[in-house]
Design a protein around this ligand. Structure first.
Ligand code: FEO
Length: 178
């Protein structure tokens, strides 16, 4: 049984996860409009991951007998304008999400809510991986360039990574519904 405060905080996090999905969908469309097909696929795969994060939390609230409250999702910001700015925006956003997950864990520990604490461990680990991945992409963009052949190479890499992400997501989804 969740406390009312914990349920509210998890509902707020669901909203942030849906916003993340919306943000990455916006970045995917911006990338496609700039003919960066691999980057567009990568952000679309991120969109799918964020939808799955939100649904994981929806499932947890329902399993705990708590009420799910879906609020309005904020519009994504205006276009980033360049690939480097897209990934800088992504890293900044993921750092904010990490801080909010940490806040949830702090609250679960203070409330001695062991179930929620354990549930949140998956998200803590996920945030480490997400920040590391985006840091790596930013590093490669700065090293090999965000124009010309360097950009083409990274765009191709992102397209290949998107396929792996989409496959992993499909497998996780199949396992969850099996
Ligand atoms: Fe669901 Fe990227 O945080």
């Amino acid at each position: 049984m969740l406390t009312a405060t914990m349920a509210t905080k998890l509902n707020d996090q669901i909203n942030r996860e849906f916003f993340s999905a919306y943000l990455y969908l916006a970045l995917s469309t911006e990338a496609e409009e700039s003919n960066l097909r691999g980057t567009a696929s990568w952000f679309l795969a991120k969109h799918g991951e964020e939808m799955a994060h939100a649904m994981k939390m929806v499932r947890y609230l329902l399993d705990q007998g708590a009420s799910v409250k879906l609020e309005a999702i904020e519009a994504p910001p205006s276009k980033a304008g360049a690939i480097l700015a897209m990934f800088e925006r992504t890293l900044e956003h993921e750092r904010m999400v990490t801080a909010s997950i940490n806040d949830l864990v702090d609250h679960a520990l203070t409330a001695k809510d062991h179930a929620t604490n354990i549930f949140l461990h998956w998200f803590v680990t996920e945030q480490i991986e997400e920040e590391a991945t985006v840091n790596d992409i930013l590093g490669r963009l700065r090293l090999f360039g965000d124009k010309g052949e360097g950009l083409l190479m990274i765009d191709n890499e992102l397209g290949a990574a998107a396929k792996v992400m989409a496959q992993a997501l499909a497998q996780a989804s199949a396992a969850a519904t099996a």
